[in-house]
Design a protein around this ligand. Structure first.
Ligand code: ADP
Ligand code: MG
Length: 274
């Protein structure tokens, strides 16, 4: 990580501002079509929001813009009333495929990295930092694995280590990119148990996922993306046949059953992660 990645913004929050505010945000990589086009929304403190949409819809891009890793080509992004870019109050957990799991580092080292962000580069971890790291591991149920190499843990445990890092950093907004993908049901459930506990701390949680069923059952609001913002609101309002066809098009079959239930079959390239 470049040194600048550790220089974090610590301006006081504007109390009346939303946690995240996007106004007409467009992101261009190099293709002719923007990855995100004219996106506007606000997140409020303490809510749990899922970003859903097909492969290439812009889910990862949107999270990176909030984390300050990518700059929008147009529009404005604010986090607690200040411009985006390396806020100390944001914990960002990248997609599994973007992490080098062979890096020789223990679980507690990863969690202590969250303290480094707080204490600055040139201070050693003190008693309080170790204590906070240990408490964070207890909160995610991994105290027993503190000395293990991160690469030896299961996928679900690794995600919980990163949540512990965000807790150690005292993050108020947690961004997770596809944390549930590839996990079995018990591992997914263990992550939700931790996320449920974060509600008590009023932590705002934004998670991207392929899983519409989990998104609808376990999140307050859904953000349905297809480069544009197709819908944002309670699951029942967002997952309408019209919105799903807009977002998934030929990649999805929508069937309206006699009971009124909506059966959706994702026939999109499973396992074709970016
Ligand atoms: P998702 O996470 O929903 O699958 P992404 O945000 O990864 O979508 O990608 C959105 C679009 O931006 C895709 O068309 C993808 O090909 C493109 N894209 C993503 N990352 C890059 C990059 N680093 N360089 C160029 N194009 C990219
Ligand atoms: Mg992605």
């Amino acid at each position: 990580m470049p040194l600048t990645g550790l220089l974090r913004k610590t301006e006081p929050h504007v109390l009346t501002a939303p946690v995240v505010g996007f106004a007409h945000v467009t992101v261009h990589y190099n293709g002719s079509e923007p990855a995100l086009h004219d996106i506007s929304f606000q997140l409020v403190a303490g809510e749990r929001v899922a970003i859903v949409g097909p492969n290439g819809a812009g889910k990862s891009t949107l999270l990176k813009v909030i984390a300050g890793i990518l700059q929008p080509s147009a529009g404005s992004v604010e986090v607690y009333g200040h411009g985006a870019g390396g806020h100390i109050c944001i914990g960002y957990v990248p997609q599994r495929t973007q992490v080098d799991w062979s890096f020789p580092v223990t679980v507690v080292d990863v969690v202590l990295m969250g303290r480094v962000a707080r204490m600055g580069l040139f201070r050693h971890a003190g008693r309080r930092d170790w204590q906070v790291a240990a408490e964070s591991l207890v909160q995610v149920g991994l105290a027993d694995l503190a000395e293990r190499q991160i690469g030896e843990l299961s996928g679900g445990q690794q995600q919980r280590v990163f949540i512990a890092r965000a807790l150690a950093q005292e993050a108020e907004l947690l961004l997770m990119d596809e944390p549930l993908t590839g996990l079995d049901a018990p591992s997914q459930e263990a992550i939700f148990t931790v996320l449920d506990a974060l509600r008590d701390r009023r932590m705002t949680v934004l998670v991207s996922t392929h899983d519409l069923h989990l998104a609808a059952e376990r999140f307050d609001r859904l953000m349905l993306l297809k480069r544009r913002l197709v819908g944002l609101g309670p699951p029942a309002e967002v997952l309408t046949p019209a919105n799903l066809r807009l977002a998934y098009g030929a990649q999805m079959t929508v069937i309206q059953t006699p009971e009124g239930a909506l059966v959706v079959e994702d026939i999109c390239c499973e396992g074709h992660e970016r």
